[in-house]
Design a protein around this ligand. Structure first.
Ligand code: CP
Length: 310
């Protein structure tokens, strides 16, 4: 693997290799007092976040540090981006400074792909940590890791992705990855929050959450992306919550084994009731924890080559 830009076109074998490595790393580190492996000693990983993040940024930093890489964080404020330096010049500067891997979050869809083109000659790997409304591949991988832990093999499992699909890079990456891994995906959303080309995706579409719940193995609630709704939000927050929020009543409609996911950050009381988010049926903190191991696995597959995992 040279870059991780998208889950579209990723083979089941490649995804399973990352997920298996993540699981191996998790079990290797379990119960250790010192969570440090020498695998990426001497490698330099730079995170470049042009949009806010807690989970992705922190877990990439921890992942790099637990693998003994040198990790440097660059943000748009506090770097020369604030003086007007272009993304291309910033990227070439970081590569020239010795970056083996650049992890980028950017509001523009396609930014990570452009970066990979510009850095082709330098040999620097690029990881997409979320580009606009396009993709968030490591989120989909950590969601798949969590679902595998809760449900086992995902082939034939029925998984709903609920809410603001239109603006969600998490939804796009999950549609590609979950269907590649053999799951049946149903998108549950109001017509106003579905992309125009959804009929070309390998998914079912529903507008009625209650009707879908009894047949699900997992339900993935989405964050409402208010920052991308420049023309206003329809339905209203109250209507959204009534029609698509994961309430305690809806939790009771799911089969007993079904799991509830949310990528975070959550709008409690609107997208998901606090009692559901904090219940053992929800896997939200497990997703965050798996995010570290999945990102360790991604860095391993990009940078460690022939070396041992641990
Ligand atoms: N799920 C996710 O990407 O969260 P952050 O925006 O906090 O990184």
């Amino acid at each position: 693997m040279k870059h991780l830009l998208t889950t579209e076109g990723m083979t089941a074998e490649a995804a399973t290799a990352v997920l298996d490595t993540a699981s191996e790393l998790k079990h290797t580190l379990l119960g250790r007092e010192v969570r440090k492996l020498p695998t990426l000693r001497g490698r330099t990983v730079i995170t470049m976040f042009y949009e806010n993040s807690t989970r992705t940024r922190v877990s990439f930093e921890i992942a790099g540090k637990w693998m003994s890489a040198d990790v440097v964080n660059v943000s748009s404020s506090g770097s020369s981006v604030g003086k007007g330096e272009s993304l291309r010049d910033t990227a070439l500067t970081l590569a020239a400074a010795g970056a083996d891997c650049v992890i980028i979050r950017h509001p523009a869809s396609g930014a990570a792909h452009r970066l990979a083109e510009w850095l082709e000659e330098s040999g620097t790997s690029v990881v997409n940590a979320g580009d606009g409304m396009h993709e968030h591949p490591t989120q989909a991988l950590l969601d798949a890791a969590t679902l595998r832990e809760r449900l086992g093999d995902l082939a034939g499992r029925r998984i709903a992705i609920v809410g603001d699909v239109l603006h969600s890079r998490v939804a796009r990456s999950n549609v590609h990855l979950l269907t590649t891994l053999g799951a049946q995906v149903v998108l549950v959303a109001p017509p106003t929050l579905l992309p125009a080309h959804v009929d070309r995706w390998p998914v079912e579409v529903s507008h009625t959450l209650d009707a879908e719940l009894p047949s699900l193995d997992a339900v993935m609630m989405l964050r409402v992306q208010a920052e991308r709704m420049h023309g206003g939000f329809f339905p209203s927050a109250r209507e959204y919550s009534i029609a698509y929020g994961m309430s305690e009543r809806r939790l009771a409609l799911l089969p007993d084994h079904a799991v509830v996911l949310h990528p975070g950050p959550m709008l409690r009381g609107m997208e998901i009731a606090a009692a559901v988010a904090d219940s053992p049926r929800a896997a939200i903190t497990q997703q965050v924890s798996n995010g570290v191991h999945v990102r360790m696995a991604v860095l391993y597959h990009l940078l460690a080559h022939e070396e041992e995992v641990a």
